[in-house]
Design a protein around this ligand. Structure first.
Ligand SMILES: Nc1ncnc2c1ncn2[C@@H]1O[C@H](COP(=O)(O)OP(=O)(O)OP(=O)(O)O)[C@@H](O)[C@H]1O
Ligand SMILES: [Mg+2]
Length: 284
């Protein structure tokens, strides 16, 4: 598609106004496992992140890795099961989850960003005691194994990295006070980090266009509506912890929270630098 010159100019001016607004602002990006399947998407994501940094934004990435973790567990003959969008994690599941998340996936993202000239640094929630976790209690008393809930975040290590121009890439593994490792939902980690860093914006990149009702994209939703969609079962599975994470960030003062489709190349750029944005925006 060829864009006429006049429209090009208007697009550029629109984008430039956002560049000013975002300069030096922290943007937390939850990079969902479901959105990182194809190699070309991984590459366009890395390019976008570098671009954001060169425009003066301070991106912080928290990644998931659901499909790859499940795949590795299946290959080893382990059971894969989810309850309310949370991965039930046995001791042997935990070893695989940590290996794939903090090893394979985290280092792959770092490699992609740094080959484009970035200064990405990988860390898990264990590093610098970033994520202090404890065993998560399920509301119906179901034992989820080594699934953690966040007790406290210590964002100092991120502040040091950001101050020096590094780009933190965080895997969703937490550490208990007694040294137990926990698998924490990545959406939850992203939301706590956004609040702790007083981020300007949080973007959840997933594999659907946003929050859907009867397959229809909702471009704007209030937290109260999101809460209702969860309780009536319209929001299910992996969207449950994501929707809860969105509500948490919005209620703790992160000015802007979005769920977007990361399988769309350069989705982050479209969200940040156009008036319409994309996906679902959640407001208080
Ligand atoms: N109302 C809804 N609107 C949109 N998606 C929904 C809804 N209810 C359930 N979902 C499911 O939530 C999924 C997204 O969550 P999922 O946990 O699978 O991905 P992710 O969080 O992006 O990746 P990862 O968990 O690996 O970090 C969608 O693919 C969709 O199937
Ligand atoms: Mg998920």
């Amino acid at each position: 598609m060829k864009i006429p010159n006049k429209e090009k100019r208007e697009l550029l001016i629109e984008a430039l106004s956002y560049i000013n607004k975002f300069s030096n602002k922290i943007v937390v990006i939850k990079y969902g496992g479901a959105a990182m399947i194809e190699e070309n998407l991984k590459v366009s994501f890395a390019q976008d992140i570098i671009l954001l940094q060169s425009l003066g934004l301070k991106p912080v990435i928290v990644h998931g890795g659901g499909p790859e973790v499940s795949h590795a567990m299946e290959k080893l003959g382990q059971k894969v099961s989810f309850i309310d969008g949370l991965r039930v994690t046995s001791a042997e599941n935990l070893k695989v989850a940590e290996m794939v998340l903090s090893g394979t996936i985290n280092k792959e993202i770092i490699a992609h960003i740094n080959t484009f000239g970035g200064k990405a640094v990988g860390l898990s929630g264990k590093d610098g005691n970033l994520i202090e976790a404890k065993k998560k209690k399920h509301r119906k008393g179901i034992d989820l194994g080594y699934v953690g809930e966040i007790e406290k975040t210590n964002p100092e290590v991120l502040e040091v990295l950001l101050r020096e121009g590094f780009l933190p890439v965080i895997s969703p593994i937490g550490l208990g006070k007694d040294g137990t490792t926990y698998n924490v939902n990545a959406d939850t980690v992203a939301s706590y980090i956004a609040v702790a860093l007083k981020a300007n914006k949080i973007i959840f990149m997933t594999d659907v266009d946003g929050i859907l009702i009867n397959n229809q994209l909702q471009s704007i939703l209030k937290t109260q509506e999101v809460s209702r969609l969860i309780s009536e079962g319209t929001i299910q599975g992996g969207m449950v912890p994501k929707a809860q994470a969105v509500m948490y960030t919005v209620s703790y003062g992160v000015p802007s929270a979005h769920v977007i489709n990361g399988t769309d190349p350069h989705a982050v750029i479209a969200e940040l630098f156009t008036d319409e944005g994309i996906g679902t925006k959640i407001v208080p």
